[in-house]
Design a binder for this molecule. Sequence first.
Ligand code: ADP
Ligand code: MG
Length: 257
Amino acid sequence: MDEAAARPALVDITSVTKTYRMGDFDVHALRGVTLRIAEGEFAAIMGASGSGKSTLMNILGCLDRPSTGEYFLDGAEVSRLEADALAEMRSQTLGFVFQSFNLLARTTALENVELPLVYTGLRPALRRARAKEALERVGLGERLHHHPSQLSGGQQQRVAIARALVNRPRLILADEPTGNLDSHASLEMMALLQQLGDEGMTIVLVTHEPDIAAHARRVIVVRDGLIERDSPIEAGRWTEAPRQAGHPAAPVRVASP
Ligand code: ADP
Ligand code: MG
């Protein structure tokens, strides 16, 4: 048994389907997905447009329920929970990062990060201290009082990561977190997610870019509502085609004349 399999699964999904009714048609967005993600894993979900990535993320994130199948999140069966209980599960267990940052424009970085704590009953001074700590963790300790418009795209997404971390979630879900970033900021974002992964945070991210997925430790490829491929990444490398055993990514050699 490998190291990840020996740990209890934080996410434990069995035979999950999701069917949307569209007029007279049934759209089978997920057709039987079984997936386990252990505490501390950093997984990327890839797949073509329409393959079911967002549907899977919505179920993972307790934003939607499966049509059939089971979902245990942190040991609790959540697939039949009502909306209120799902919302509770979300606020206690999950942190979300979106492609479009979703920050409040007229509000400082610190206030943006504090927002998820406003309804927790924590004292304001404690809220502020936690928000500051989360911003320091993403390298923005010097930008606490900046508004989003005074920050670069990469910095704004780091504020969003701090906001996702401030509730001390068990799992971070990121849907195309680099989708609005240039390549330099994307690399910085992936380095930050790797750092959080190294610190023990469990992360699931959706991306359609193989270069981005290659920074995760595991790549799950979804196709037509099914998991088509699920493979670990050795030493931060992943390629579209499986490599032959015993032939790790070799440096490219340029033939000399
Ligand atoms: P992806 O995120 O990989 O692009 P989605 O999970 O958004 O894929 O969609 C998977 C399939 O389910 C697609 O055929 C899509 O049209 C359909 N679908 C997604 N959401 C809905 C919905 N709310 N109502 C009807 N069909 C939907
Ligand atoms: Mg999608």
